[in-house]
Design a protein around this ligand. Sequence first.
Ligand SMILES: C[S@@+](CC[C@H](N)C(=O)[O-])C[C@H]1O[C@@H](n2cnc3c(N)ncnc32)[C@H](O)[C@@H]1O
Length: 279
Amino acid sequence: MNYRHHFHAGNFADCMKHALLIELISAFHRKPAPYVVLDTHAGIGRYDLNADPAERTGEWRAGIGTLMQIDPRGVAPLRAYLDMVEAMGFPGAYPGSPAIAAHLGRPGDQLICCELHPEDAHSLRRALGRTPDTHIHERDGYEAITGLMPHKTIKRGLILIDPPFERPDEFSRLAQAIVTARARFPSGIVAAWYPIKHRTPVRAFHDMLADAGVADVIAAELTLRQPVDPSRLNGAGLVIVRPPFGFEERAAPMLSCLAATLGEDDASGEVRRITQEQL
Ligand SMILES: C[S@@+](CC[C@H](N)C(=O)[O-])C[C@H]1O[C@@H](n2cnc3c(N)ncnc32)[C@H](O)[C@@H]1O
């Protein structure tokens, strides 16, 4: 496990993932019933942008740093996300997915985080430790989908799967994890992040989900440039199983805005349906 998210915190892929995550979690607030968020690959929760890893790559400057400098009218679809990042410490710090979920949680909503790297799990505990209704596990997040789901009492929720993509078989592990998540928590939403370096592995991943019979899947994708050079991270996507009502309509302008502000001339941001609601 060499991957450390601190080098990438606040980059374009984080901006996309976290803006959509806020939208997904906020949809639960339409009803008073509690919800659970399982963040299987949680990271450290809060990233110091002045610390060496973030400074060394400077990736955040081409992501959240750029968005924060744009006239507010040019980033209107991202307002909720940008306001939250600012409230959580930007420009000194950038929040990770567990901090965002904890920030949005109401009394009684539950947040379960898994982080396998011992140092990162320790940092996450320091960042979120005393937050009520938050449970942090130093364990394999893939295995936790079976081990911790379904929740004993809460029927609504989201499983966020955000692996580091260090292994060559990560796309197929991710597809299998989505199938498992769907089976363990049929009433829940599943959101899974993936890199777009080249189209071929992404198509194969979407096909795996369709072939496995996972219904109601959409893909929200942002490409900064045509993904023809597989040595670069050209874009990022989030597949969402059972997206909440109206999500596609709200996500599309967010993705277009990210493409227009962070991408090159041929950038694009769009939501596509991968499988129908009923198969
Ligand atoms: C992409 S980062 C997570 C970023 C975080 N979700 C966010 O959006 O702020 C992936 C994290 O997963 C951790 N990790 C790697 N393999 C894991 C596993 N099998 N189970 C749980 N965590 C794992 C890594 O240490 C890393 O911190």
